[in-house]
Design a protein around this ligand. Structure first.
Ligand SMILES: Nc1ncnc2c1ncn2[C@@H]1O[C@H](COP(=O)(O)OP(=O)(O)O)[C@@H](O)[C@H]1O
Ligand SMILES: [Mg+2]
Length: 260
């Protein structure tokens, strides 16, 4: 342990593809255990690249600390055990039944029976047990996204990185997934970092919001404090009103785009 204390701390993280730097020296955190961070930003802002950097994929410099432990000091297997990453692309449509696909994401240390129980638990959390025996190849895009999420949560990670986990889902399943992520955070102290495009969904479920543009972190803070028409105009180039509905939740009304 160091004096950084509990949670996830990202310090001066730069992530590149070859010589092309895409994420520029981002510092973020500490993100406390049990909290959800929503990562927002326009297309090509570097959101996926930042997640890959936290997951330890690709070429990155800087430091990532989890409860004071420098993740670079962990073996690949140890890091993968503590941090689960659900990429933006979905699992390939192979003939394997869903339950087997989720079991295959479990640690190899588990016996088959325990792995099967864990896989059913993960599907149950997502209200997706009915998919268990279906071949992956016969699922819709949204159903495959649920399976990818089950594969990420089945390992009970300490940090859960979700890249656009709701992009293929209908409204009910979007809420399901975000409630599942928030419940995991609350109950297990998991730190969830989720890339989302739906700003109201992010505001509803995230404890804090980080906004990226052109590979830089524009702002990180409580949604109430940072989501303003000025910020959304600057980052997304849109003209919006930010208002509260009768339930007190922040709503975004888009009035148009701004020429840039
Ligand atoms: N494999 C890659 N090789 C080179 N450049 C890439 C690669 N993947 C993404 N990029 C570039 O990095 C930038 C950020 O991409 P990405 O992190 O995917 O953005 P976002 O997830 O915010 O839409 C984009 O300009 C994109 O073209
Ligand atoms: Mg992306």
């Amino acid at each position: 342990m160091t004096d950084e204390g509990a949670g996830l701390v990202i310090r001066d993280l730069t992530v590149a593809y070859g010589r092309k730097r895409v994420v520029h020296s981002i510092s973020l955190g500490p993100l406390p255990r049990g909290e959800v961070l929503a990562l927002l930003g326009p297309n090509a802002a570097g959101k996926s690249t930042l997640l890959r950097g936290i997951a330890g994929l690709g070429s990155a410099s800087g430091k990532i600390l989890l409860d004071g432990t420098d993740l670079a000091r962990l073996s690949r297997a140890e890091r993968a055990k503590r941090i689960a990453y659900m990429p933006q692309s979905q699992p390939p449509a192979i003939g394997l039944p869903v339950i087997e696909a989720v079991m295959s994401a479990c640690s190899g240390m588990l016996g088959r029976e325990t792995a099967m129980k864990e896989a059913y638990d993960a599907l149950a959390r997502l209200s997706a047990v009915d998919l268990a025996m279906s071949p992956l190849a016969e699922l819709s895009g949204g159903q495959r996204q649920m399976v990818a999420l089950a594969q990420a949560i089945v390992r009970r990670p300490e940090v859960l990185l979700l890249d656009e986990p709701t992009s293929a889902l209908d409204l009910k399943h979007q809420i399901h997934v975000m409630e599942c992520a928030a419940a995991l955070a609350r109950e297990s102290g998991t730190i969830v970092v989720a890339v989302l495009h739906d700003v109201p969904l992010a505001l509803r479920y995230a404890n804090s919001v980080a906004v990226l543009k052109d590979g830089d972190l524009k702002v990180h803070g409580a949604a109430d404090e940072i989501i303003t028409p000025e910020l959304l105009a600057e980052v997304y180039g849109i003209e919006v009103r930010v208002e509260r509905c009768s339930l007190g939740r922040i709503q975004i009304m888009v009035d148009g785009t701004l020429s840039q």
